[in-house]
Design a protein around this ligand. Structure first.
Ligand SMILES: [Fe+2]
Length: 384
């Protein structure tokens, strides 16, 4: 247990949760007296009609806005650069990110570069971000990333094909409008992959070396909600209660991992996403059970508690820990996540993938130490 360790806990983001909460964006903007909004989003959000829902509300109150909708999945450094240019030319005084993790993470990076200059990678690593950051409001349209409440942004260096993070409480959105209705249009495969991302956040946060009690509480409730609602959110996308359960689960998981950390699953997922531009949630889901097995001896009691959160009963701690891994595997299979083979990982890339996993900033928080060779063995086990 970590009850005697000190910790501090601050949540810079105000969370406005509720069915229809998106409507309060206008009040938030008016209260803060923002004049020129840049809406950061992607083509999927535009196609789904979700962007129009927001712009109609802004138009009804004669608020001035512009859209940057060219954010790609696994947002690239050049997306940040382009958005920063638009923000500057438009005289933006507030960013509104509408979408999944990609638009929200991209907007966090724009918020820094637009005010502090340079290139986004200049801000990798601790204590690089000064106080002057564009204010950001976030409206999540997926239940997975938790980016609407986290302090980090993951961006792909398009030259190195490497995902790096910028991390600082100053880049957390000022307000998150968390509205289950905004997730109703997500197709089943995206619901499944983003939902498994949220589950991975919660499990890694709960078992990370940096775990702490308030984050633990958020993580366990997140696991409970995701285990209870992911299957129904995938099979019946119009089930508003299931969507609400998943969205709350992903917010709680986001709070958990931004105060604790993620670990080896994300180190591998980010290496894979950087190299192959693969869906982040799929990358997590295909490696999560294998990493849980690897970590087993180091966090059996915690796995047993995860089993309880997933609604299981067990004979003893060993049995509970094993059941947690099986239940995670079963959940990924029930929501039809593709297998590891679908990522098209090449034997020739394994050394590079292992090296990039090892140098990820979250590697240090995996409960069982992992060297580059351990990542290589894991990749061999998954591809074998
Ligand atoms: Fe993630």
């Amino acid at each position: 247990m970590n009850l005697l360790n000190s910790f501090s806990f601050a949540l810079p983001t105000k969370i406005e949760y509720g069915v229809g909460a998106t409507k309060s964006l206008v009040d938030v903007i008016k209260n803060e007296n923002f004049k020129s909004l840049l809406l950061v989003t992607d083509e999927g959000v535009v196609r789904s009609g979700l962007l129009k829902r927001v712009t109609d509300a802004l138009d009804a109150h004669q608020l001035k806005w512009k859209v940057f909708d060219r954010v790609e999945p696994n947002p690239k450094d050049y997306n940040v650069q382009e958005g920063t240019g638009i923000a500057g030319r438009f005289g933006t005084d507030c960013l509104v990110a509408i979408g999944g993790g990609s638009p929200i993470d991209c907007a966090k990076a724009i918020a820094v570069v637009a005010r502090q200059g340079g290139a986004v990678r200049d801000y990798e690593g601790p204590h690089k971000i000064g106080p002057d950051v564009l204010p950001l409001m976030a409206i999540p349209t997926t239940a997975g990333t938790g980016s609407e409440v986290t302090f980090s942004s993951v961006i792909t260096d398009s030259t190195e094909k490497f995902k790096f993070s910028i991390k600082d409480p100053k880049i957390a959105p000022r307000v998150a409008l968390v509205d289950p209705e905004m997730t109703l249009t997500m197709p089943p495969d995206l619901t499944a992959s983003t939902g498994m991302d949220a589950l991975t956040h919660a499990i890694e946060a709960f078992t990370a070396n940096a775990s702490e009690p308030l984050a633990d509480a958020a993580a366990l409730y997140a696991i409970e909600l995701i285990a209870a609602y992911l299957r129904s959110a995938v099979s019946d996308g119009h089930n508003l209660e299931a969507r609400a359960g998943m969205l709350l689960g992903s917010v709680l998981a986001g709070i958990a991992f931004s105060h604790s950390d993620v670990a080896a699953v994300h180190c591998v997922a980010e290496a894979l996403g950087g190299k192959y531009d693969a869906a982040h949630g799929v990358c997590n889901a295909v490696v999560l059970p294998a990493v849980m097995q690897y970590n087993m001896e180091y966090c059996k009691e915690r796995y047993a508690r995860i089993a309880v959160a997933m609604g299981l009963t067990y004979e003893n701690v060993d049995d509970g820990a094993r059941q947690a891994v099986t239940a995670v595997q079963q959940l990924a299979s029930d929501v039809q996540l593709p297998a590891f083979g679908s990522l098209g990982v090449q034997e020739n890339d394994l050394e590079e993938l292992a090296a990039n996993s090892f140098k990820n900033g979250s590697n240090i928080d995996n409960p069982r130490p992992m060297k580059k060779n351990d990542y290589l063995n894991l990749f061999r086990q998954l591809t074998g």
